[in-house]
Design a protein. Structure first.
Length: 94
């Protein structure tokens, strides 16, 4: 059974460098045994809302974007809430 990965992409972050290599990044995750679901973020706090709503259905959550994207993801996972501390996923910036 393949592991499931939820990949958040902020298409407006930085100079949109990820656009040119997005397929390559997805292929790397796929080769590593993951079924990849890509979610382009659409507004501030979209990442937070989607992680809270969908992360439990995935083995790994990854994000790429600028400082704001990474900050949003890290704040969610470093929350002092006991519910949040039980989560084992940690977003990564590519």
């Amino acid at each position: 059974m393949q592991k499931k990965l939820l990949f958040f992409v902020n298409p407006k972050a930085g100079h949109s460098e990820i656009r040119g290599s997005l397929m390559q990044v997805i292929q790397i995750f796929t080769a590593g045994g993951y079924e990849v679901t890509v979610h382009p973020t659409s507004a501030p706090r979209d990442l937070t809302r989607q992680i809270e709503k969908r992360a439990a259905d995935f083995d790994l959550v990854v994000c790429t974007g600028g400082d704001g994207t990474l900050n949003e993801a890290c704040l969610l996972y470093t929350s002092p809430s006991p519910r949040d501390r039980q989560k084992s996923r940690m977003p990564s910036s590519a």
